[in-house]
Design a protein around this ligand. Structure first.
Ligand SMILES: [Zn+2]
Length: 104
């Protein structure tokens, strides 16, 4: 093996050429890709948590809205209820699309 910079003989396990100091291999490549993989899995974990929590929260809001609407016959509570149900359905639809995209 020869150095691509000075074309002198070097051993294959060298990181820097001992003749000219040219960097032969990316030293931090492994650590960077490992870190990227970690942050990616962390991002997926957060996304999973959000997609798990959002429908749950909207269903809870919907439940509260329905209860209040029944108790007070309040138009605003009924509005909140229908909004929350719509949001829950939208969240579930997004959840299903994301699941399909991941496990396609
Ligand atoms: Zn060299």
């Amino acid at each position: 093996m020869t150095c691509p910079h000075c074309h002198k003989k070097i051993t294959s396990n060298e990181v820097f050429c001992h003749h000219c100091g040219h960097q032969l291999r990316e030293v931090v490549e492994y650590n960077e890709s490992e870190e990227k993989g970690m942050s990616q899995s962390r991002l997926l974990g957060i996304l999973g948590l959000i997609f798990f929590v959002v429908p749950f929260v909207t269903f809870v809001i919907s439940g509260i809205g329905l209860k209040k609407a029944k108790e007070t016959h309040d138009d605003k509570a009924q509005d909140l209820n229908s909004w929350a149900i719509a949001m829950a359905f939208v969240a579930c639809a997004i959840y299903a699309i994301v699941l399909l995209a991941i496990f396609h």
